[in-house]
Design a protein around this ligand. Structure first.
Ligand code: KIV
Length: 272
């Protein structure tokens, strides 16, 4: 019995590194549920990030700190069921890897085993080097995250652009070189000057995926709900809105409300 050959070629951590080497840009968007993941995968998005931004977008928290490992696993397993081609990267949430490398490995193993995700993402550089190494040694691919790292918001005190000063920019470049050296397959660079982001991307051979980091990097990531215009109150300069779903959904809900109340819905052809 022959098994029908699938039409798509899965995105892997290696294919992302090859894409950078070939000068092909990488697309990445967030998803937290099956339906959104299926649409993104079908649209050809290379990487789906199950971001801890679920804490804001899905749960309505002010920061990414409250989301738990169990909640991330729930979101990630829903996403994995929706994909055929994209690489699924899952954020290790705040508190699941900072205390020691053993805990970091335990958390990463739970994500891989219980969600079926393909890689994990951790925020930070040198400070979490041992945790990243421990996870990599277990055969789990790691994406780094430098620049504005929202899990440290209470240290930064603000969501403004990071690494504008030379000292922080130097540390960021050092951290990127370190993450490459210890074996990360890619790095997210969030909200840093475009010139610095380009320099980082040119200094390492693994892909740098930017959010608010300009066009000189190897790929771009946005929070899907933001780029669809479902969130109105978040207006950073880097955000391009491809739809105004907040307005479109509001008018659809208003129309439905009016139709129910006026008894227009359901009509003859919409019943049995
Ligand atoms: O959690 C998230 O959505 C992220 C992106 C903003 C990169 O980490």
């Amino acid at each position: 019995m022959s098994v029908a050959k699938k039409q798509y070629k899965r995105v892997t951590t290696k294919s992302l590194v090859d894409m950078k080497a070939n000068g092909q840009k990488i697309s990445m968007l967030t998803a937290y549920d099956f339906t959104m993941a299926k649409i993104l995968d079908g649209a050809g998005i290379d990487v789906i990030l199950v971001g801890d931004s679920a804490s804001n977008v899905m749960a309505g928290h002010e920061t990414t700190l409250p989301i738990t490992l169990d909640q991330m696993i729930y979101h990630a397993s829903s996403v994995v069921r929706g994909i055929e081609r994209s690489l699924v990267v899952v954020d290790l949430p705040f508190g699941s890897y900072q205390s020691d490398p053993k805990e970091a490995l335990r958390s990463a193993i739970r994500i891989m085993k219980e969600s079926g995700g393909h890689a994990v993402k951790l925020e930070g550089g040198k400070e979490i080097k041992e945790s990243i190494k421990r996870i990599l040694n277990a055969g789990i691919p790691v994406m780094g995250h430098l620049g504005l790292t929202p899990q440290s918001i209470y240290k930064f005190g603000t969501y403004t652009v990071r690494a504008k000063e030379e000292e922080e920019a130097d540390k960021l470049l050092e951290d990127a070189l370190l993450l490459e050296k210890i074996g990360c397959f890619a790095i997210v660079l969030e909200k840093v000057p475009a010139k610095l982001a380009k320099k980082v991307a040119e200094s390492i051979s693994i892909p740098v995926i930017g959010i608010g980091a300009g066009g000189g990097v190897d790929g771009q990531v946005l929070v899907t709900h933001d780029m669809l215009g479902m969130t109105h109150e978040f207006n950073p300069r880097f955000l391009r809105r491809y739809l105004d779903l907040y307005a479109d959904m509001t008018s659809a809900f208003q129309q439905y409300n009016a139709d129910v109340k006026s008894k227009d819905f359901p009509n003859e052809s919409e019943q049995y």
